[in-house]
Structure formats: structure tokens, C-alpha cells
Design a protein around this ligand. Structure first.
Ligand code: NI
Length: 155
């Protein structure tokens, strides 16, 4: 396992679209392990592959609950319910926060590292993290959606 460098601020790779994963091999497992290690090292709750410079549809998340770290390959939102507005930040935008509206609940279809398909429904923080990380795969950052006049920048 290895800690990878997190791309930040106006790095152009953060604005590119990621490609679907079609090969579920050892290299994918290494990528996922490195992403989990990098996320933990940065004290993050989620990380998307483009944030470490890899334009593949891979996200990892860890809410530090009983579930442990999870890796979702080719995640896509298939259902959304309700709304929530909470403060959000991003490992690629250090020192910044802003309020973002997200669905209260989302259902995501995805593959695991072996290529098996699953569905996951998450509420509240899990819904927020799923939406935030899936946005990264489309080159979208939370600041694109942040509610007006809610930007906070650390001194
Ligand atoms: Ni982020």
C-alpha cells in the first residue's frame, strides 16, 4: 500500500471526467487499497480516484462506523429522496468549507473490486459523501453547488 499525492485547488485533472472501469484485476485492488490509505492519512471520509490523478470511476469512503472502509467501482445514482443542507469540505480544496444542498437519501448501483454488482442506499452523511464523491467522477466540485454567501476560508 502507498499514500498517493492528493491533487488540489485548480489542478485541471479535478475537472475531467473519469472513465468506467472494465477490468477488475490486481491493479484495481492496489488502487483501492492506496486510495483507502490516502483517505485515512488525510482524515477524510471519502476520496475519488481523480483526486489522486487517476481518471477512473472509483470512489472510497469511510464514515468511521461499524461498516469500515468501502470501495465503489462505477457508482451511479439510481434514486434520490428528500433534501438536506449541511456544511461540506473537500480534501482537494484544503481550508475551505461551504453549505451544499444534497438529497437526504440516495440509492447507488456499483460494482465491487471483483466486478460483482450491488446497490447501496444511504441517508444523511452517507448520502452526502456518495453524492460528493460521484460528482468528482464528473469533474464537479462542491464549490460548484455551494449556496451563495456560505463560503468559509480558514485563516
Ligand atoms: Ni472532495
Amino acid at each position: 500500500m502507498a499514500i498517493r499525492i492528493i491533487r488540489i485547488d485548480d489542478d485541471p485533472i479535478l475537472r475531467k471526467k473519469s472513465k468506467p472501469v472494465t477490468v477488475f484485476d490486481e491493479k484495481l485492488k492496489v488502487l483501492v487499497d492506496d486510495m483507502v490509505e490516502t483517505m485515512h492519512h488525510a482524515d477524510g471520509v471519502g476520496l475519488a480516484a481523480p483526486q489522486i490523478g487517476i481518471l477512473k470511476q472509483v470512489i472510497v469512503l469511510d464514515l468511521y462506523d461499524d461498516e469500515g472502509p468501502m470501495a465503489l467501482i462505477n457508482p451511479r445514482i439510481i434514486d434520490k429522496k428528500g433534501k438536506q443542507i449541511e456544511e461540506e469540505g473537500c480534501l482537494s480544496l484544503p481550508g475551505r468549507h461551504g453549505m451544499v444542498e444534497r438529497p437526504y437519501e440516495v440509492t447507488v448501483q456499483y460494482e465491487d473490486v471483483t466486478g460483482d454488482s450491488y446497490e447501496l442506499t444511504g441517508e444523511e452523511l452517507l448520502s452526502r459523501v456518495l453524492c460528493h464523491e460521484i460528482d468528482h467522477l464528473n469533474g464537479i466540485l462542491y464549490i460548484d453547488k455551494q449556496l451563495e454567501d456560505t463560503e468559509k476560508i480558514a485563516e
